[in-house]
Ligand binder design. Structure first.
Ligand code: HEM
Length: 260
């Protein structure tokens, strides 16, 4: 057996052979492909950490949950910052290869949908983008059926002796998260009297705000690159994306701000 090397451990040859989707790449197409691949790798890592985080919250492990949240938040900052790199591509550069995408679009990113579902954004399942019976369809359907980060947080609050109603601990996890006056009352008490639990809640606000920030930066990138043109995925483009802005995943954490 050959000894492990840097390249063999990381499967670098395989990884670096993955930037040739079709024919010869246009100059900026290399950047476009690499940046999307990098995003998908980070999405994989974010899902890995979110799964871990949900287990830690359910197990009432505050220090490790805080450390894991910090990791996810640091990745998220990187995801937002990477948009600056793609914005060095001009609209005309993009047009040199845009037609190669055909109907391909970030719309179809099954890992992005999985992250949305993990955060509790279940209002727009859109399974039909993935062929029935396909592996991608299974990934999104499985994630849709699973409890969310917010559900794990409610268990964490319950484990810290807060009276979370049973109806919420046993809610149908395929439904979108609805604001809850009972949970908001509890959260106000947490913020006033329990800095440890409140610090976890604040990191969830950071996470929520971070995703909204990514969406905002993505729309601005779309507007400066394709203006008001339709998306390759078939939506109205920036007009569609604008409607996804300012929709927090954890409404209760935002609602209490004006009561504190
Ligand atoms: C020049 C760069 C980009 C342009 C012009 C662009 C354009 C668009 C457009 C128009 C949509 C709406 C769906 C459609 O009809 O296609 C969309 C959705 C999306 N894009 Fe991009 N995009 C770009 C870069 C990226 C990058 C780097 C990512 C990172 C993974 C990304 C991820 C997504 C995701 C996840 C959606 C779905 C959003 C949702 O449905 O809420 N895009 N993009």
């Amino acid at each position: 057996m050959a000894p492990v090397t840097y390249s063999s451990y990381l499967q670098l040859d395989e990884l670096l052979a993955l930037q040739q989707p079709r024919a010869e790449l246009e100059h900026d197409e290399t950047l476009f492909v690499i940046i999307h691949q990098v995003y998908e790798l980070w999405f994989k890592e974010v899902l890995h950490e979110l799964d871990y985080l949900m287990g830690l919250l359910r197990g009432n492990d505050t220090p490790l949950a805080a450390a894991t949240l910090k990791r996810v938040l640091t990745i998220l900052k990187t995801l937002v910052a990477q948009i600056d790199v793609l914005e060095t591509m001009t609209p005309l550069n993009f047009l040199t290869f845009r037609n190669r995408l055909e109907s391909g679009s970030g719309f179809q990113s099954y890992q992005f949908r999985a992250i949305e579902f993990a955060l509790g954004k279940k209002a727009r399942p859109s399974f039909e983008r993935y062929p029935a019976g396909s592996a991608h369809r299974k990934i999104v359907e499985d994630r849709f059926a699973q409890p969310t980060l917010w559900d794990a947080f409610l268990f964490y609050l319950a484990a810290n002796q807060y009276p979370i109603p049973n109806s919420l601990l046993r809610r149908d996890v395929t439904l979108p998260l609805e604001p809850s006056p009972e949970v908001q009352k509890i959260l106000i008490d947490v913020y006033r009297k329990n800095p440890t639990v409140a610090s976890i809640a604040e990191r969830l606000v950071d996470l929520d705000e971070g995703f909204m920030e990514w969406r905002y930066r993505h729309v601005k990138m779309v507007q400066r690159t394709i203006g008001t043109k339709m998306g390759t995925g078939g939506s109205a483009g920036a007009e569609y994306l604008m409607k996804t802005l300012n929709q927090p995943a954890f409404p209760d954490l935002w609602a209490i701000r004006s009561e504190l």
